[in-house]
Design a protein around this ligand. Sequence first.
Ligand code: PBG
Length: 331
Amino acid sequence: MAVKMDMIQRPRRLRNNSILRKMVRETRMDKSSLVYPVFIKGGVGIEEEIKSMEGQFRYSIDRLPYKLEELAKAGIDKVLLFGIPEEKDECGSSAFDDNGIIQKALRSLKMQFPEMYCITDVCMCEYTSHGHCGILNGDKVDNDKTLEYLAKIALSHAEAGADMIAPSDMMDGRIGAIRRMLDSNQLEHIPIMSYAVKYASAFYGPFREAAGSAPAFGDRKTYQMDYHNKREAMKEALLDIEEGADIIMVKPALSYHDVINEVSNAVQVPVAAYSVSGEYAMVKAAAKAGFINEADVICEMATGAYRAGASIYITYFANELARYMDEGRIG
Ligand code: PBG
């Protein structure tokens, strides 16, 4: 006869079957919190796969509706738009050109998909010939001069129909500069989601291939954060809120759950986590090699970010996650 153990608490009792496991889930998520990043490029009929991001494409504006249709069907109603311009110059002027790629895309998109919520990435690295996220003075990025440009880009996006502005450049004071610019142009209703806590990360590698935005010299360490630091994340987040940020983003997501957690405890605004290109590429590569189960890993990664404290999740796997949430696999 088996020995009868004297135990009052048995944690396994609540793991007995899937109905019960779902009942006691501590982390709840919903596809309304998912945001899908989209790369938009000039030209016609373009739908080109990004080599390092299998399953992700650069779309020309005319091909965008097919993708958006698919997203809408899956229940994704928020996109984060990245532009790949045809022309680059020293000061990234195509970024604030009324006929720039994002501005054109916004106008066409808003006409065809009025229900799709369009967040635009505001940065200069895709638009500058040197690939840095600001205006150069010699080999240094001139912070204060860059602010004028970022504000102009944000204004031009909002005027073209952007629903929300997401600055990712990491210059000091840019949230304030953008907020003032929007407010003085009757755009005080447009929220800002700040890439407030953005680390200088090797996980952005595939994105730079996708957007052609790798710096021509040096790196981004004088503006993006050093990943040894966590207290500094609080400083960045709180500063951006003081300057008017409505949502604070932590980026990347994987490897930064402690930061997501602490930021979400410290602030009283929603916290977004961006699961970046390198996270996507790693999952894809390992799954393709047969080393992991792709769907299971996607679910576990996403849940980790929410469990850490994110309430918005920006991911190239948005489509898949919406399905997994619908199926009750997670959420
Ligand atoms: C632009 C920007 C980057 C990403 C989002 N906005 C690249 C970078 O900072 O080098 C990365 C997104 C990703 O890797 O998925 N500054």
